[in-house]
Ligand binder design. Structure first.
Ligand code: NDP
Length: 326
C-alpha cells in the first residue's frame, strides 16, 4: 500500500480522496517511480473536482506531472536511482498519475531531471512552466526577438502566465501582463512584467482588427481574449495559444492573419515529442531565474491537494502550487 489521491466514480458519485492505495492499482508500465513532488495544474483541478471530464478511467490517481526517483525499471534508458520528470502523455487522465507516493509509467515518457533543478524545483515549474517554455520556444522559432516590441501574457497570475512572465523578462522582452486581479500588480512586476493591464480590455467581443500593440502573445485564456489578442498583434507578430481558462471558443475573423500576416501557433504539452521536451527543459535550466520561481511557488502537502481544487478553478490561486508527496 502507498498513500495517494484516488478518484472514483460509481453509484455513490464522483469523488477524490486521500487514502491508502493498493499496489495493484498501478497500471502496466516498465518504470516504477517513487514520486517525491507533484504539482497542481489547471487540468489536475478539473480532475480533482470533476468540473470537466478529464479523467477517462476509474479508479484513477490524478496528477499530470511528477518528479522522483526510479525504484524499478525494465526499460533500457532507466535504472533504479535515476532522477526523472514526467509531464503529460495522458498521465493523470487515462493512466494513473503523480499525486501519490508511487507511479508506474512507460520509460519513453520520462525525461531526466535537469541537474540544475531539485525535484521540488522541477515541479514548481511543472507542466504549467514547461508549457510556458513551449510558448517561448514557439515565439523564438517564428522569429520574435526582444527588440520587436511588447509580449502580451494573458491569465498572468496563473501558473503558465507567471512562469511565462519570468522567462520572457529574463530573456529581455518587455512583458505586458493581463489579469483580472489588478491587486496583484506588484507581484506581477516582481516577476518581471513592465506593465499590467486589466483583462477586461481583452475579454469583451472586439473588432476584427485593432491598434497594433504586441509583437507576440502567450495566451492561456482563449475565447474573446485570444481573438482580441490576434486582432491587436502587430504586422508579422506571433500568437501562441495554449489555454482555455476563459473559454474554449475562438470568436475571431481571418483579418489578423490575411492582412497583418499574424501567425497563430497552437501549443500542446501533452503529446509533445521527446526532442521538444528535452529542448524545453534544457532552456528552462538556462533561462529561468530560481529566485523568481520561488516567488511564484507555494507548497502544500499531498493531504491538502483535494481541498485546493475549487479555489484553483475559481482563479484564487496565484502562481504555482507544488505538492510535497513524501
Ligand atoms: P491557472 O488557473 O493557474 O491560471 C489561469 C489564469 O487565467 C488565472 O490565474 C486567471 O489569471 C485567468 N483566468 C481564470 N479564469 C478566467 C476567466 N474566466 N477569464 C479570463 N481569465 C481567467 O491555470 P494554468 O496556468 O495551470 O493553465 C492555464 C491554461 O492553460 C488552462 O486553460 C490550462 O488548461 C492550459 N494549459 C494548457 C496546456 C497545453 O498543453 N496546451 C498545458 C498547461 C496548461 P488572472 O487572475 O491573472 O486573470
Amino acid at each position: 500500500m502507498f498513500k495517494g489521491i484516488l478518484i472514483e466514480k460509481d453509484e455513490a458519485g464522483y469523488r477524490a480522496t486521500y487514502q491508502a492505495i493498493a499496489q495493484e492499482t498501478l497500471p502496466e508500465g516498465d518504470v516504477t517511480v517513487a514520486v517525491e513532488w507533484s504539482s497542481l495544474n489547471y487540468k489536475d483541478c478539473l480532475a480533482l473536482t470533476g468540473a470537466s471530464p478529464v479523467v477517462r478511467k476509474f479508479p484513477m490517481i490524478p496528477g499530470i506531472d511528477f518528479a522522483g526517483t526510479v525504484l524499478e525499471s525494465s526499460h533500457p534508458d532507466w535504472q533504479a536511482g535515476d532522477k526523472v520528470v514526467l509531464n503529460g502523455w495522458g498521465v493523470g487522465e487515462t493512466h494513473c498519475g503523480g499525486l501519490a507516493e508511487q507511479a508506474r509509467v512507460k520509460g519513453e515518457w520520462l525525461v531526466a531531471l535537469p541537474p540544475r533543478f531539485s525535484a521540488r524545483e522541477a515541479m514548481a515549474i511543472g507542466t504549467a512552466g514547461y508549457t510556458a517554455m513551449l510558448c517561448v520556444l514557439a515565439l523564438e522559432k517564428h522569429g520574435v526577438t526582444p527588440g520587436d516590441g511588447s509580449i502580451l501574457v494573458t491569465g498572468a497570475n496563473g501558473g503558465v502566465g507567471s512562469v511565462a512572465i519570468a522567462l520572457l523578462a529574463k530573456l529581455g522582452y518587455r512583458v505586458v501582463a493581463s489579469t483580472g486581479r489588478l491587486a496583484e500588480a506588484d507581484y506581477l512586476k516582481s516577476l518581471g512584467a513592465a506593465e499590467v493591464i486589466d483583462r477586461s480590455e481583452l475579454s469583451e467581443p472586439g473588432r476584427p482588427l485593432g491598434k497594433e500593440r504586441w509583437a507576440g502573445v502567450v495566451d492561456t485564456v482563449g475565447s474573446h481574449t485570444l481573438a482580441n489578442a490576434c486582432a491587436t498583434t502587430r504586422y508579422g507578430g506571433v500568437v501562441t495559444a495554449c489555454g482555455l481558462a476563459g473559454g474554449m471558443d475562438f470568436p475571431s475573423t481571418v483579418m489578423p492573419f490575411i492582412l497583418r500576416g499574424v501567425t497563430l501557433c497552437g501549443i500542446d504539452s501533452v503529446m509533445a515529442p521527446l526532442s521538444l521536451r528535452h529542448q524545453a527543459w534544457d532552456r528552462l535550466a538556462e533561462d529561468l531565474d530560481i529566485e523568481r520561481l520561488n516567488l511564484l511557488t507555494q507548497e502544500i502537502p499531498l493531504s491538502q491537494a483535494v481541498a485546493q481544487g475549487d479555489a484553483f478553478l475559481a482563479g484564487q490561486v496565484r502562481g504555482r502550487i507544488v505538492v510535497n508527496i513524501q
